[in-house]
Design a protein around this ligand. Structure first.
Ligand SMILES: [Zn+2]
Ligand SMILES: [Zn+2]
Length: 246
C-alpha cells in the first residue's frame, strides 16, 4: 500500500498547504481517496494520478476541508475525465444526504443530473466495518464536531498492512486501539500548545505518544503555529506530496 498525502494543511490554507486529502494505492493498482477537500482537485491535478482509477472516496466527517471537494470530483468525473465506472462514496452515517446537499449547494441541479457512472453510498460506523475497494475499514469515534459528524478515524487494512488515520479530533482514548500495531499512523496536530475542544495540540499529543503503538507516527492538519514551529520532534511532520510506502 502506498499513501500519498495530497493535502497536509488545515482548513485555512495555512502555509500555502492544501486541505486534507490522501490517495491510497494498493499493490494491485486499485486506489481510493480518504477525504477530499475543496482544494483537492488542484492537488490531484498536480500529480499524475488517474482520477478515473479512483474507485472510492472515504470521508472522515463533513467539514469543507475534508468533504468540500466531493462536488468538484463528481463534476470532473462527469465532464472532464468522462468516467464510466461506478464511484463509491463512503463515510459516516448520513453520507448520502450530505453528498446530495453538497452537490446541490455547489452546482444546483447536479445532484439529480444524469451521469454516465453510478454513485454507491456506504455508511460506516464503529460497529459497522466495511470493505471499500478491497480494503478493510474499521472506524473509531473521534471527538471533533458532531454537527459535521459522526466524526470518525479509520484503520485501513490492505496488502497485509494497516494504515491508521485520525481524521480531526481532540484527544480520545479511541486513538489507542485505532493506532495499535498500525504500520503508520497519520494523526492531526493543529496547534503547538493551545488547547481546543475539537483539535489536538502537540503538547497533549506528546503526553500520549507512548500509548500510540504504531510503527511510524506522522503529524498532519497543521495550523500556522505548528508550521512555524521548527523544534526537533520524535515524530514526523507530513507535507503535501509525502509518500508513505507500507
Ligand atoms: Zn473538521
Ligand atoms: Zn479539518
Amino acid at each position: 500500500m502506498r499513501i500519498t498525502v495530497l493535502g497536509s494543511g488545515d482548513a485555512f490554507g495555512s502555509g500555502g498547504r492544501f486541505s486534507t486529502c490522501l490517495h491510497l494505492a494498493a499493490d494491485d493498482g486499485t486506489s481510493m481517496l480518504v477525504d477530499c477537500a475543496a482544494t483537492s482537485m488542484t492537488a490531484l491535478n498536480r500529480t499524475d494520478i488517474d482520477r478515473n482509477g479512483i474507485c472510492a472516496i472515504l470521508f472522515t466527517h463533513f467539514h469543507g476541508d475534508h468533504f468540500g471537494g466531493l462536488p468538484f470530483f463528481v463534476l470532473d468525473a462527469q465532464f472532464v475525465t468522462r468516467r464510466r465506472a461506478p464511484l463509491t462514496i463512503a463515510g459516516p452515517k448520513g453520507v448520502e444526504e450530505r453528498a446530495r446537499v453538497a452537490l446541490e449547494a455547489a452546482f444546483p441541479g447536479s445532484s439529480t443530473a444524469k451521469r454516465a457512472f453510478d454513485l454507491h453510498f456506504v455508511e460506516i460506523a464503529p460497529d459497522r466495518p466495511a470493505d471499500i475497494g478491497g480494503a478493510r475499514i474499521d472506524a473509531f469515534a473521534m471527538i471533533h464536531d458532531e454537527r459535521a459528524g459522526p466524526c470518525l478515524g479509520y484503520r485501513i487494512g490492505r496488502d497485509d498492512r494497516i494504515f491508521a488515520y485520525s481524521g480531526d479530533t481532540s484527544w480520545t482514548d479511541q486513538l489507542i486501539p485505532l493506532s495499535r500495531g498500525a504500520d503508520a499512523l497519520l494523526i492531526e496536530c493543529y496547534t503547538v500548545d493551545r488547547k481546543l475542544p475539537n483539535h489536538l495540540d502537540y503538547q497533549t499529543l506528546s503526553a500520549h505518544l507512548h500509548e500510540l503503538a504504531a510503527r511510524r507516527i506522522i503529524l498532519t492538519h497543521m495550523g500556522a503555529s505548528m508550521l512555524a514551529w521548527t523544534a526537533e520532534l520524535p515524530v514526523e511532520r507530513a507535507f503535501d506530496g509525502l509518500v508513505i510506502a507500507l
